[in-house]
Write a protein that binds this ligand. Structure first.
Ligand code: 3PG
Length: 207
């Protein structure tokens, strides 16, 4: 499976920090209506696993777990029904457990050394994090030479304004960020704002 297949074809991965799991179904509907049929629900809140459970198994929507940094979190996210896992960094034990459970895993990398470790672990779909801080499109262009088979998911500092620039690069399979799921909208259960920002993001990457 390619990176985009795991994401149900989405070129955008919303990074969701949700305190209220009961909003997850409306959130998934709003993202999908805005042209984004996936979400990475980060394991940064006590509600995260319940939120994943609340939308797991929906047809046409891929729910991933994000900020997966421990083996226990790999197991809990798979148990909750996540269909892919994302991590800000690279950890051998976490990657091994994900492979054992057969769940697609997108580890975070920021350096050539980490990319080499990922390739050695059999992974070639990697999150570049924090993308803006480690060089953004310039870094991705530089990585294309030595790592021609690696495809990246830049995250951290991506926005509607620069998503198109990232996606125009041949080694980017999708972009990731929180700009279409702002904290204020999630707290207010404001699905209309999420849908509007998602539609704007979809239009930006289609342009
Ligand atoms: C994260 O893990 O928080 C993501 O990289 C999101 O970054 P952003 O808030 O800059 O979009």
């Amino acid at each position: 499976m390619t990176g985009v297949d795991v994401l149900h074809g989405s070129l955008i991965v919303p990074v969701v920090v949700l305190d209220d799991a009961s909003f997850a179904p409306d959130l998934a509907d709003a993202l999908t209506a805005g042209g984004i049929p996936t979400a990475e629900i980060t394991l940064r809140t006590p509600a995260a696993l319940d939120a994943i459970r609340a939308v797991a198994g929906r047809s046409g929507f891929a729910v991933g777990a994000g900020t997966v940094t421990t083996v226990a979190q790999v197991e809990a996210a798979v148990d909750a029904g996540a269909t892919y896992l994302v991590s800000p960094g690279f950890d051998d034990a976490v990657i091994e457990r994900a492979a054992e459970l057969g769940i697609p895993f997108i580890p975070g990398v920021a350096t050539a050394t980490e990319i080499q470790r990922a390739i050695a672990a059999g992974l070639d779909r990697l999150k570049l994090f924090p993308a803006g801080a480690v060089g953004g499109p310039t870094a991705l262009k530089a990585f294309a030479g030595p790592f021609p088979d690696v495809r990246f998911l830049p995250s951290g500092g991506v926005s509607a304004a620069n998503a198109g620039e990232y996606l125009a690069l041949g080694n980017v399979f999708a972009v990731s960020g929180s700009w279409m799921v702002p904290a204020a909208a999630l707290t207010a259960r404001d699905a209309d704002t999420v849908r509007a920002l998602s539609a704007e993001a979809s239009a930006a990457v289609a342009a």
